[in-house]
Design a protein around this ligand. Structure first.
Ligand code: GCB
Length: 618
């Protein structure tokens, strides 16, 4: 049976939960700590550029020779002889290492943009009364999931997790899991087909078969409020979800609180935070072992407790003003042939450059939700996080389906990451040209984020206007979306795009429509590592990039209300739009590090600035 778009399957009504209609049917929060079979490893694959495995013309494809998802031993069929005829064989196909984008797997797949079928066989553990779920951490962009020839579900959106129950679809012994992955983006996808990064395709994050008891803790959360209380909730799933005693405990903090679930399996709790609770901060990222227990099941997590708020032009972490010393980051590991394969080691290598190399305390995870591994590591290492939905440049603003997709992406992201102390900002967009439908769209996103999570700050990376007033260059933030934001974030490229001289930057004046904190969500300049130009700085040289940073930082120091920055970007990244044959060759070169991690001159300029900033604000 076709279950339909997972995105569209609403959960049962839970009156207590403000955004309940967006809650995915299953969340399996904390899934990585549950009993599971990791389905990473070698999968076979078959390219299907014309989508013949999916097309169904008048039903005749039902007997098609091209349906890769059929539960079929093609070699055995052929051995029988006779008229049997197939034009695929998933068992004898080429292999690819999963997770990982296909673009790096084979040279011929570098710019492949379409459908590829993947298959992996596995033998599950004996269920003996348990339930089983397939959880995909991310498939880019559309996923069609089949188990033993039967459709289990579909999902759209390349960066968020999704779960399907397969308790009844599994069989004893060997099972055949087939996943069609369609990377094609168009005017209606999120993001659309035009971006400034490699869109990549494939099963880019881990796939796990997760086992739970019949009734289990599907989702749970706890947060420290600015009133000094710890509030949270637990959602059970299963036949015995109602009327269960629930316990939330924080080991070593003296917190243990109980509640009872209502008819929908939901329970909320609220307790005074104990005096001795150690707060999480970048300088001291204390994490506690927490448990949410009910009906014989326990959801475990490691969580930090902190508050985040805005007061006038300041951002307050645990009640104290903080300056965000950050950098932007794409999800791409180091190397000349990245596959967006973020392992704990790859994430640590990237975040260490920010924390220890740049002396940063903050990272903008652009332009889409990054891997769970990265966000958990930010918690552990002590880096504040800006989290983003790929509503980038242009979107089909007047299309209600686009907004529905985006809202589901927000829900999938927020439910996944709301227990991470590191995450302080939900962004609702990047550089979207101002128009009425666009502002309406973003306003709806901001309302949605607030309904899903009233405890964090909302921002968006805005475009600025460059004006000349009385002979002075004025950079103006003038965007009606600001009304909905806690933090005004702006991208500025004066001195790179356009003809402004670097010496002019420090004299540019900034104006903002309201007294709210400002962060520079981007500024940057391309430099090819190893290209040095003496004399007058030349664009694309390391010297130009370093000088651009010096002058932009001088300008930044004069921006009233500036509370942080995340320059563009830590590392050079693949971008098919960047085709300068000498300096780019398919890479956006605005990294402070080359793709292999060589430090460019500007890296030290920013690191020195952050050392000074850290001393000033200590
Ligand atoms: C931007 C975009 C970012 C680009 C960058 C650039 O404003 O937000 O995605 O990569 O500029 O390099 O131009």
């Amino acid at each position: 049976a076709v279950i339909g778009l997972c995105l569209m399957s609403a959960a049962p009504v839970m009156a207590q939960n403000a955004a309940s209609d967006l809650r995915p049917k299953y969340l399996l929060t904390g899934a990585i700590d549950r009993e599971n079979d990791d389905l990473s490893g070698q999968w076979t694959y078959s390219k299907d550029l014309y989508r013949t495995g999916l097309t169904d013309i008048n039903g005749w494809v039902a007997k098609s020779r091209m349906q890769r998802y059929r539960d079929l031993d093609v070699a055995a069929e052929e051995a029988k002889g006779g008229a049997t005829f197939f034009e695929f064989d998933m068992d004898r196909g080429p292999q690819m290492s999963i997770p990982g984008a296909w673009n790096a797997a084979e040279p011929e797949l570098r710019y492949y943009d379409g459908l590829i079928w993947f298959q992996r066989k596995f033998t599950p553990k004996a269920l003996s009364g348990k339930r089983a779920f397939l959880r995909f951490e991310a498939v880019n962009y559309r996923a069609y999931i089949y188990l033993n020839g039967k459709e289990i579900g579909r999902h759209e959106g390349g960066f968020t997790p999704f779960v399907f129950e397969v308790t009844d679809a599994l069989k004893a012994g060997e099972n055949r899991l087939t996943v069609g992955v369609d990377s094609k983006h168009d005017g209606k996808t999120i993001p659309t087909e035009i971006t400034d990064w490699d869109l990549y395709g494939g099963i880019t994050r881990p796939v796990r078969l997760i086992y739970t008891p019949q009734t289990f803790v599907d989702d749970a959360t706890a947060t420290l409020t600015t009133q000094g209380r710890i509030t949270g909730s637990v959602q059970l799933n299963g036949a015995n979800a109602a009327g269960q005693a629930v316990t939330f405990a924080v080991a070593g903090a003296g917190i243990k609180v109980s509640a009872t679930t209502d008819a929908t399996g939901y329970a909320a709790f609220d307790v005074k935070a104990p005096k001795g609770l150690k707060l999480w901060s970048p300088e001291s990222p204390t994490l506690y072992d927490v448990t949410f227990s009910a009906a014989g099941d326990t959801l475990k997590d490691r969580m930090g407790f902190r508050t985040i708020a805005v007061k006038g032009e300041q951002i307050l972490l645990n009640g104290k003003p903080i300056f965000l010393r950050g950098i932007s980051l794409h999800e791409e590991e180091f190397g000349t042939n990245p596959a967006r394969r973020i392992t704990p080691q790859a994430a640590r290598a990237l975040l260490s450059e920010i924390k220890y190399g740049l002396h940063g305390n903050y990272v903008r995870l652009s332009h889409y939700p990054h891997s769970e591994v990265t966000v958990r590591l930010a918690d552990e290492m002590g880096l504040l996080v800006w989290s983003e939905i790929p509503v980038y440049w242009t979107v089909d603003w007047e299309n209600p389906e686009a907004l529905a997709k985006v809202k589901h992406m927000q829900a999938e992201t927020i439910y996944r990451d709301r227990n991470r102390a590191s995450v302080i900002l939900w962004s609702v967009g990047n550089e979207t040209p101002i128009s009425e439908p666009r502002t309406k769209f973003h306003n709806a996103m901001a309302d949605n984020a607030r309904a899903l999570d009233p405890t964090r700050l909302i921002s968006a990376a805005l475009l600025v206007e460059r004006k000349t007033i009385d002979g002075h260059v004025v950079i103006a933030i003038d965007d009606p979306l600001v009304d909905k934001l806690d933090v005004m974030a702006v991208n500025t490229y004066a001195g790179w795009y356009g003809d402004d001289k670097l010496d002019a930057l420090p004299d540019m004046r900034w104006t903002a429509p309201q007294k709210k904190p400002i962060v520079l969500s981007e500024f940057g300049a391309d430099a090819l590592a190893g290209y040095h130009a003496v004399g007058e700085p030349k664009k694309f040289s390391e010297e130009y990039q370093a000088e651009y940073y010096r002058k932009t930082l001088e300008m930044a120091d004069k921006i009233p209300g500036l509370q942080g920055m995340s320059p563009w970007i830590l590392k050079d990244f693949q971008s098919p739009r960047r085709e300068h044959p000498i300096y780019q060759n398919g890479w956006n070169r605005k990294g402070l590090l080359s793709e292999t991690g060589e430090h460019k001159l500007a890296f030290e300029v920013l690191a020195d600035y952050y050392v000074r900033k850290a001393a000033d604000t200590a």
